[in-house]
Design a protein around this ligand. Structure first.
Ligand code: PMT
Length: 425
């Protein structure tokens, strides 16, 4: 497709937001609330337009006047300020990013469950902007299963979590749960805001993604499959849509409700192969995040195999290599991305070898045995290698953050072949 570029659809450059970035600084009520003041000051000093939004409990720790004096606008502490009927929607819609410093256990529980009971919660439910939460609490609370579950839920939804660090806590205690350093929080926020300067860097780009593990029939009731959940593939789709792409996912799993993504359900490697080969020619970017079975039963029994007939001998045959086939068929300028599921060793070297063997542009290596990485986790840890020798490492992060880094390399590739706008042009 031609005409990749501005969100309006014209070819050429990416539209650039030429105004101060607008950040809602949410403050919930914990002893670390006072450190949000430093975050506020540093963001303002970095040229960010900061709107402080404080919960009632936050005001027990730090006065709203402190934030009003340092921020770009007076602090907001209530849904019912008497001046405007729906401040949360204005705040949520206008925000380029929302960061919550500190995020207490109570706040996380409310946010994970979609409560909209106060000005901060309502603003978060009303925004489509990226959200960063910075938890801070006592170690026992941070390690409580309910808090862990809430963090996992938020990560799954694409919320960025800046984990607390070890150190002094309230009182004489110390341990895990101390708010991350305000300078580190500001660095993460500024990094995310940089991406906001390029809204729609995939505007007009058609992206095809495969997700999930294929299921190969043994008989009408049994299959050979793997532990792929489809989370990484759908995270790619979700982030690509947010950056303006038109996205189709060929998936073996039931998709989460995601706005703007077309999903085609398949089950086997053969079905995935057919779907990918028929859709790929119309796409600019193809990402194989699916875990395709390498082997399938050569013969599928037409009735359920019975114990009475003894242990069956299942002869396997190799499945087609879909990614290699896509590379052979690819049209000029199309960017082809594979994922390499490795089990230890130098994953970047192994992925580079797979990239060369299959003839693709970008290979994303994950060590599927590393804690928190690979199959079924909400997080992943990858090395992204490009066929031109580029390399990017993403430490343990949400699958959405991994997706963003993969798509950054894809955008560079598209720009190199003149199929996406130039930065800041
Ligand atoms: O789905 P999740 O639970 O979120 O887990 C994510 C993931 C671990 C599945 C994902 O990050 C991942 O690594 N996907 C690729 C898994 C895989 O099949 O890796 P591989 O090294 O065996 O294959 C390399 C590439 O060839 C992959 O892009 C794969 O899709 C492709 N392939 C493999 C075999 C085959 N017959 N056809 C293929 O196209």
């Amino acid at each position: 497709m031609d005409g990749i570029g501005s969100p309006q659809g014209g070819s050429g450059s990416v539209a650039v937001v030429d105004r101060p970035k607008r950040v809602v600084l949410g403050v919930s009520g914990g002893i670390a609330s006072y450190k949000a003041v430093e975050v506020c000051r540093r963001l303002v000093d970095s040229g960010v337009h900061v709107v402080p939004v404080l919960t009632r409990n936050a005001t027990r720790f730090v006065g709203e006047i402190t934030f009003s004096a340092l921020a770009s606008e007076p602090a907001i502490t209530s849904l019912w300020n008497g001046r405007e009927p729906i401040p949360h929607t204005r705040l949520g819609q206008a925000a380029d990013l929302v960061v919550v410093v500190p995020a207490t256990a109570g706040f996380l529980a409310h946010y994970a469950n979609g409560f909209a009971d106060d000005i901060l919660e309502a603003t978060l439910v009303a925004t489509r902007a990226p959200v960063v939460v910075c938890p801070a609490m006592h170690t026992e609370m941070w390690e409580h299963p309910a808090v862990r579950d809430n963090i996992a839920t938020l990560r799954r939804r694409g919320v960025h979590v800046i984990e607390p660090v070890e150190g002094r806590l309230a009182g004489s205690d110390s341990g895990a749960g101390r708010l991350a350093d305000p300078a580190d929080i500001v660095a993460v926020v500024m990094g995310l805001l940089e991406r906001v300067t390029e809204p729609g860097d995939l505007a007009g780009v058609k992206v095809l993604v495969s997700a999930g593990g294929t299921r190969e029939a043994i008989d009408p009731v049994r299959v050979i499959t793997n532990r792929s959940s489809g989370k990484q593939g759908f995270a790619i789709a979700e982030v690509a849509v947010a950056r303006g792409a038109a996205v189709t996912v060929v998936s073996t799993v039931e998709p989460r409700a995601l706005r703007g993504i077309e999903v085609l359900r398949v089950e086997t490697a053969a079905e995935m192969e057919r779907a990918m080969y028929s859709l790929a020619p119309a796409c600019d970017v193809v990402v194989m995040a699916a875990a395709v079975a390498d082997f399938r039963p050569k013969l599928v029994a037409d009735s359920k195999l019975s114990k009475a007939d003894g242990v069956p001998e299942i002869v396997l045959e190799q499945t087609p290599d879909i990614l290699a086939g896509l590379a052979r068929r690819r049209r000029p300028g199309q960017v082809l991305v594979g994922f390499a599921a490795e089990a230890g060793g130098d994953v970047a070297v192994k992925a580079a070898a797979k990239m060369a063997a299959k003839g693709v542009d970008v290979m994303v290596a994950n060590d599927v045995l590393a804690p928190g990485a690979g199959f079924d986790h909400d997080t992943n840890e990858v090395v992204i290698v490009g066929s031109g020798g580029e390399q990017a490492t993403v430490g343990l992060s949400s699958k959405q953050e991994v997706a963003a880094a993969v798509l950054d390399m894809v955008v560079e590739r598209l720009r190199a072949v003149g199929r996406a706008g130039q930065e800041n042009s």
